[in-house]
Design a protein around this ligand. Structure first.
Ligand code: S3P
Length: 432
């Protein structure tokens, strides 16, 4: 399927949606379980391409990864020092999380690993992880002066050294890679970020018995001797996937949706804060702890939205949601000004440019982008048009919601939703 017709919604959206498992937590659940030595039963795992890349990767390093069902698996490792040299090249597919976190796990190992990935991953900057890992004593080589895939991790002559690293970017992938390498180092490893990024690695490593200290934007890990694997991990729903319905329910008049089992870890809930500031009607119900993470059900009803401004400080808490927040901004009254969004340029595609180019097809003159800044002029007339996903899952889903809430659209290369939300179109059709 090369093109998908997105029909204009004919009335309000109604229904209850079970939000699929969190992508970030699913990756970590398999990786960390594979470093333990007792079986871990993982449920509500995100059965989508990115997380399946991680599962395949851990398998090729010798862990037993057995699917019982879609979304349910048993992972058994051979201990922190039990990974084995893979027989071939490891393919991280489209997944930056797989590649960056795995570099942290593999840098201290006594064997060689070579990584590849898809065309998008070949363009993404890996120096941000390779450079600090090299400071710890790791030997990692990549194309374009150790910046890009293909990448080879070579065993280093000595044990890695603990370092204190002041990261120039607020990135959970950078932070996680260093903390994972730090588990094997000869001393403590500290990562200090400009703003705090998502903390799933810290949370889960603590649950596995690692000694982790956190203070403000700084995290320190102590060298780890053994992992205490839990018997089970239940993955909460992904707020980044719920985001499409939070916005669709807000902007399509007459809608009322209930989103079940959404992860509401405070390092991820920037979209709730921004939508509330825009005037969205959200009700967070039934707050609970699920698999060591905060979760809740969210009711969303359509409402009148107005434009807002936000910047770098909140960015790590909603970085993946900017394309869909920009859709909300299109349907709002007035301008929305988003600054400090430079990281969007190094995601699966240059999302800042992609938003400008594709939104302007459906709402001429509505989107402007300069450097790290995105401006959306709300309330511009909408039209039907053909738009392009750039093979970026979050662009595809945001454009589909835009088309559905607007005048309809034809989406080129729609299949990339399989990266994080394979049931997306089915759920969309069920609501209309
Ligand atoms: C992720 C971190 C974020 C996010 C990505 C998932 C993670 O990337 O955009 O989708 O699971 O750690 P950065 O760390 O590059 O900001």
């Amino acid at each position: 399927m090369d093109k998908k017709k997105i029909a204009k919604a004919s009335g309000g959206l109604h229904g209850t949606i079970d939000i699929p498992g969190d992508k970030s937590i699913s990756h970590r659940s398999v990786m960390f379980s594979a470093l333990g030595d007792t079986p871990v039963h993982i449920t509500n795992f995100l059965h989508a391409q990115d997380c399946l890349s991680t599962a395949a990767c851990m398998k090729s390093l010798g862990a037993e990864v057995r699917f019982l069902n879609e979304g349910e698996l048993m992972v058994t490792g051979h201990g922190l020092h039990g990974l084995q040299e893979p027989a071939g090249i490891i393919d991280a597919g489209n997944s930056g999380t797989t590649l960056r976190l795995m570099m942290g796990i593999l840098a201290p190992q006594p064997f060689l690993t070579t990584f590849t990935g898809d065309a998008s991953l070949h363009h993404r900057p890996m120096g941000r992880v390779i450079e600090p890992l090299t400071r710890m004593g790791a030997c990692i080589y990549g194309r374009q002066q150790n910046q890009k895939l293909p990448i080879t991790v070579v065993p280093s002559a000595e044990k890695l050294h603990g370092i204190t690293y002041q990261s120039p970017v607020a990135s959970a992938q950078v932070k996680s890679a260093l903390l994972l390498a730090g588990m094997y180092a000869d001393g403590n490893t500290t990562v200090i970020e400009p703003f705090r990024s998502r903390d799933h690695t810290e949370q889960m490593l603590e649950a596995f018995g690692a000694e982790v200290e956190r203070e403000g934007n700084s995290v320190t890990i102590h060298p780890v001797r053994t992992f205490r694997t839990p018997e089970s991990i239940h993955v909460p729903g992904d707020i980044s996937s719920a985001a499409y319905w939070l916005v669709a329910g807000s902007i399509v008049p007459g809608s009322s949706l209930l989103l079940n089992h959404v992860g509401v870890n405070p390092t991820r809930t920037g979209i709730l804060d921004v939508l509330k500031a825009m005037g969205a009607k959200l009700e967070i119900r039934n707050r609970r702890i699920s698999g060591g993470e905060e979760a809740a059900d969210i009711r969303v009803e359509s409402s009148f939205l107005h434009g807002v401004s936000f910047g770098a400080e909140i960015m790590p808490r909603l970085i993946d949601e900017i394309p869909i927040i920009a859709v909300a901004a299109l349907f709002a009254d007035g301008d929305t000004v988003i600054t400090g969004a430079g990281e969007l340029r190094v995601k699966e595609t240059d999302r800042l440019q992609a938003i400008v180019d594709q939104f302007n097809q459906l709402a001429p003159g509505a989107a402007e982008g300069v450097e790290d800044c995105l401006i959306i002029h709300g309330g511009r007339p909408l039209q039907q048009a053909e738009v392009f996903s750039y093979d970026d899952h979050r662009m595809a889903m945001s454009l589909a919601v835009l088309g559905m809430a607007g005048e309809g659209a034809v989406l080129r290369r729609p299949e990339c939703v399989n990266i994080s939300y394979p049931q997306f179109y089915e759920t969309l059709a069920g609501l209309c």
